[in-house]
Design a protein around this ligand. Structure first.
Ligand code: PLP
Length: 404
């Protein structure tokens, strides 16, 4: 028997359960011929939310000239388009050199944490979070320290908790706004308070704004970076959600604010960007068209729009289940309902989600996969058509009724 080949210890504290073990069971059930209702992944296209036609046409037309590598930081035209987007979002003092194009925000998160962290350096990450932030911090030999977002306060970050968790090892603070999984969109007031803490302790702010155009009920989004020119903010965004082409793997990050003291880190970013040569070039061509073109996402979120209708219906139906409450999402593609522990005594929410799959043939993600500390939340994707969402929530209601 040869020596077992094990995964590296770098992965000991790395966990990404959105595509976790329950999916294996789902694949098996599908192989057996079952139809599974999937409310587990925020991937718009398979639910009929296709990318704007002009993006597809542009990528196809430019394909012949997209065969070579581009500049490591990205095509000039794409970065210029992101620069103009900065102007629209009121992020000041950004030039093309301050913009990096990546293979999705995911790659840029990984690169920036690798470039920043030494062993044991700490990053403040929201709880609940989009778990890549925690996983990528830990993989970069850092330590993700979770700060609370308060459900009773529409899931806004608790700035006092942030402050209380800062140590001499804290290097950065992550803001996810609009938020996955809670759907919260933060007030300027809370963003300014977060920036004040970052300013006081010299922290970099990573602001993940990938859902910035998916907003409901007239909610407005403010880019964190637009509220301070003297704090180093790295804003992340991309085409996966608002422009519905997650499969293209196209995203960008914007360096803004005071960064003269961060030249060494920025050199590290440049090096890691060059080591992966460049981002997928055909997809980079989509950026200019997407940002400069017709913003069809608005047709989906305004009254009469499909995303809005789905969020409304799902929220009404979900909160009608006894013992289930949910802060109504103001943005993004998710709901993060709470199952009252007095009504549902859940010890293991991964098992709950597995039982839900086995009994009702539907997939959700358990709250603990988002680094939520107690097994009393679920995340539901609001992308399926209204009739499918309705059916899924009926099934969930039936399943929960058996557990009351
Ligand atoms: N950030 C957040 C908050 C997300 O929800 C996601 C994907 O779901 C990502 C980043 C990753 O996006 P990308 O497809 O650009 O890698």
């Amino acid at each position: 028997m040869p020596t077992p080949i094990r995964k590296s210890h770098k992965l000991d504290n790395v966990c990404y359960d959105i595509r976790g073990p329950v999916l294996e069971h789902a694949k098996r059930l599908e192989d057996e011929g079952h139809r599974i209702l999937k409310l587990n992944i925020g991937n718009p296209a398979p639910f009929g939310f296709e990318a704007p036609e002009e993006i597809l046409q542009d990528v196809m037309r430019n394909l012949p000239t997209a065969q070579g590598y581009s500049d490591s930081k990205g095509l000039y035209s794409a970065r210029k388009a992101v620069m103009q987007e900065c102007q629209r979002k009121n992020i000041k003092g950004v030039g093309v050199e301050d913009i990096f194009i990546g293979n999705g925000v995911s790659e840029l998160i990984t690169i920036s944490l690798q470039a920043l962290l030494d062993d044991g350096d700490e990053v403040l990450v929201p709880m609940p979070d989009y778990p890549l932030w925690t996983a990528a911090t830990n993989m970069a030999s850092g330590h993700a320290v979770h700060y609370a977002c308060r459900e009773e306060n529409d899931w806004e970050p608790d700035v006092e908790d942030i402050r209380a968790k800062i140590t001499s090892r804290t290097k950065a603070l992550v803001v996810i706004n609009p938020n996955n999984p809670t759907g919260a969109v933060y007030s300027d007031h809370v963003l300014k308070n977060i920036l004040a803490v970052a300013r006081e302790f010299g922290l970099i702010v990573f602001s993940d704004e990938i859902y910035d155009k998916i907003l409901y009920d007239g909610t407005e989004h403010t880019s964190t970076a637009s509220l301070a020119n003297d704090v180093f903010v790295i804003t992340m965004n991309g085409l996966s959600k608002s422009y519905r082409c997650a499969g293209f793997r196209s995203g960008w990050m914007i360096l803004s604010g005071e960064r003269r003291h961060a030249q060494d880190f920025i050199e590290g970013l440049n090096m890691l960007a060059s080591m992966r040569l460049c981002a997928n070039v055909p997809a980079q061509n989509a950026i200019q068209t997407a940002l400069g073109g017709y913003q069809s996402i608005n047709d989906l979120i305004l009254p009469g729009g499909r995303l809005l209708a789905q969020r409304d219906m799902a929220w009404e139906k979900l909160t009608a289940i006894p013992g289930v409450t949910c802060v109504k999402p103001k943005g993004a593609l998710y709901m993060f309902p709470r199952l009252d522990p007095e009504v549902y005594a859940i010890e293991d929410d991964q098992k709950l989600v597995l039982d839900l799959l086995l009994e009702e043939k539907m997939l959700l993600v358990q709250g603990t996969a988002f680094n939520w500390p107690s097994p009393d939340h679920l995340r539901i994707v609001t992308l399926p058509w209204v009739d499918q969402l309705e059916e899924a929530i009926d099934r969930l209601g039936r399943f929960l009724a058996r557990r009351r």
